[in-house]
Write a protein that binds this ligand. Structure first.
Ligand code: A3P
Length: 288
């Protein structure tokens, strides 16, 4: 992707003029002050970010869904790189909850010397491609992206908004040895949401009763989240007139309905090359 009226490259990464705060992103690495009490949700786009925001919001509300029913996620946990987020974050009191999709080299350096906690959520990149393809379409960033095969090629080259999936995960993964960083996957949440909610509670040092945990699980289901989004008016207000579908299918393995055999082979080859040497047990999507 090149600079255009719709997109702009910042330090080699494409962003969308309409929604991203380019000026803030350019200075963020040096200027943004991460605080010790901050809790940050980090993910490559379409990896379950909103799911995690709702889970963490519910944990902080002891399972009470009032907050998620009345306030959209971009206000509860603003994206630091979005136009909508930069201002909201300034007025937030500790402990702040915020979100980002930024690759490690653009994220505020103050995080690395802080005690702030970060939850990283990763997803099978094959399903990320499909989800991203549908999500990005209304922005009409690239005429050729109406065809799946073209978006697939751009994704493989890292030539999409937020850059390469491989660089994102490989950039953040070394942090997983730190106790202030929790690495989770979308697939694990699907397999056992309760165990993972309990893991997140432990990480955030939040003690919830069995009843409160049950309420978190109930309110973080796909159906409940879909309903809450109608109640809290997300995302209609924030990107008018672009209508985005956040809650689309919410399943694992949908890529099998999209990839041709040739695309599957191309993807697997690249995946093996790029992910070589990493502990494959961290990535449960290799089974689905
Ligand atoms: P699909 O497009 O495959 O349906 P993000 O929040 O990072 O943009 O990720 C969006 C993806 O997470 C969408 O995937 C969406 O359906 C899925 N998702 C959101 N909430 C979910 C939930 N409670 N359970 C399962 N999947 C969920």
């Amino acid at each position: 992707m090149e600079d255009s009226d719709k997109c702009k490259l910042v330090k080699g990464i494409p962003f969308i003029q309409k929604i991203h705060n380019m000026e803030a992103i350019e200075k963020m690495y040096d200027d943004f002050e991460v605080r010790d009490k901050d809790v940050i949700i980090m993910a490559y786009p379409k990896s379950g970010t909103h799911w995690m925001i709702d889970i963490v919001s519910l944990i902080y509300s002891n399972g009470d869904p009032s907050w998620i029913k009345s306030v959209p996620s971009w206000k509860r946990s603003p994206w630091i790189e979005m136009k909508s987020g930069s201002e909201i974050i300034k007025s937030k009191k500790d402990p702040r909850l915020f979100t980002s999709h930024l690759p490690v080299h653009l994220f505020p350096k103050s995080y690395f010397n802080s005690k702030a906690k970060m939850i990283y959520i990763a997803r099978n990149p094959r399903d990320v491609i499909v989800s991203f393809y549908h999500f990005i379409a209304p922005f009409a960033l690239h005429s050729s992206w109406s065809a799946f095969e073209n978006f697939f090629e751009s994704f493989l080259q890292g030539n999409v908004v937020y850059g390469s999936w491989f660089d994102h995960i490989k950039g953040w993964l070394p942090m997983r040895n730190s106790e202030k960083f929790l690495f989770l996957t979308y697939e694990e949440l699907h397999q056992d949401l309760k165990a993972n909610v309990e893991k997140i509670c432990g990480f955030l040092r939040k003690k919830l009763s069995e009843k409160e945990i049950s309420s978190v699980l109930e309110n973080a289901s796909f159906q409940a989240m879909e309903k809450h989004r109608l109640e809290n008016n997300e995302p209609v207000i924030h990107l008018k007139p672009i209508q985005l579908v956040l809650m689309r299918k919410g399943i694992c393995g949908e890529w099998k309905n999209y990839f041709t055999v040739a695309q599957m082979e191309t993807f697997n080859k690249l995946y093996q090359k790029k992910m070589e040497g990493l502990d494959q047990d961290l990535f449960p999507w290799n089974q689905c």
